[in-house]
Design a binder for this molecule. Structure first.
Ligand code: NAD
Length: 257
């Protein structure tokens, strides 16, 4: 097993990609701190995991104090953090203009201040808050670690609306800057940029918005959470020990770079 003895914090672990990543990391021997805005879903994830010693906690990643409290609980439980999967995120919130997009073909002009800033607070501030708290424990305990930030093809290309694309591009910026700073502490920081993956998130996206992406995917299928989880195991493990500051995009060929 590749992750025996390691502790992984997975945000957004109560659903979709985060749940599958938790399952794959646990099957490689890691103990999982499954954290989510909806703690009952994180508990459900823990109940599905192989092995023992896993832990569920509530967090709102957009709130710095909530993140500090959550890491305090994880630290008290495990005394170390080896892997952080910064996966929690949203693609749609009230005020982001999605309804108007479907009715009028335009989104940005209908996006409210709050619709933009709230999504950024979850998808960008949340990644920063969790990364900052994780590296405190990583540096204190073992001067090593792997941080995996969930970006998107929306961070690489024109897919997605302006707030979601901006948030996922910002995640790539955080990834590179942090990788540059943290390499000397043995901490690697990489990003995953999924294409269209079948999860509750994409189940909520109207077909007129998703169908063009499905048609533009050369492999002719949508991805499964497993396609992302296997990539996360690679980036979490020593198999990727010389890889930092990079992104990898399991996307079926939707975006090629
Ligand atoms: N599904 C896709 O096609 C796709 C593609 C590219 C990127 N992504 C990214 O992958 C990640 C996971 O997406 P998914 O498809 O599994 O979505 P999902 O909606 O199934 O799961 C997201 C999880 O994040 C949690 N969450 C939301 N806001 C939170 C907050 N403020 N604090 C803590 N937890 C919060 C939710 O409760 C949920 O459990 C997201 O960052 C998403 O942007 C998904």
């Amino acid at each position: 097993m590749k992750l025996e003895g390691r502790v992984a914090v997975v945000t957004g672990a109560g659903s979709g990609i985060g749940r599958e990543i938790s399952r794959h990391l646990a099957s490689e021997g890691a103990r999982i701190a499954a954290v989510d805005l909806r703690p009952e879903t994180a508990e459900e994830t823990v109940a599905m995991l192989e092995g023992s010693g896993h832990f569920a906690a509530a967090v709102d990643v957009s709130e710095g104090t909530s993140v500090v409290e959550m890491f305090g609980k994880v630290d008290a439980e495990f005394g170390r953090v080896d892997i952080l999967v910064n996966n929690a995120g949203v693609d749609h919130i009230p005020g982001d203009g999605r309804d108007e997009l479907l009715a009028t073909g335009q989104q940005t002009i209908h996006m409210s201040d709050e619709g933009f800033t709230k999504l950024m607070a979850i998808n960008v501030n949340g990644v920063f808050f969790c990364l900052r708290e994780a590296i405190k424990v990583m540096q204190r305990e073992q001067n090593a670690g792997s941080i995996i930030n969930m970006s998107s093809v929306a961070g690489l290309s024109q897919y997605g609306n302006v707030s979601y694309s901006a948030s996922k591009a910002a995640v790539l910026g955080i990834t590179r800057a942090a990788a540059g700073e943290l390499g000397r502490f043995g901490i690697r920081v990489n990003a995953i940029c999924p294409g269209v993956i079948d999860t509750p998130m994409t189940a909520g996206i109207p077909d007129p918005m998703l169908d063009p992406l499905r048609r533009a995917t050369p492999l002719g299928r949508t991805g499964q959470p497993r396609d992302i989880a296997t990539t996360a195991v690679f980036l979490a493990s020593d198999d990727s020990s010389f890889i930092t500051g990079q992104w990898i995009s399991p996307n079926g060929g939707l975006v090629m770079q």
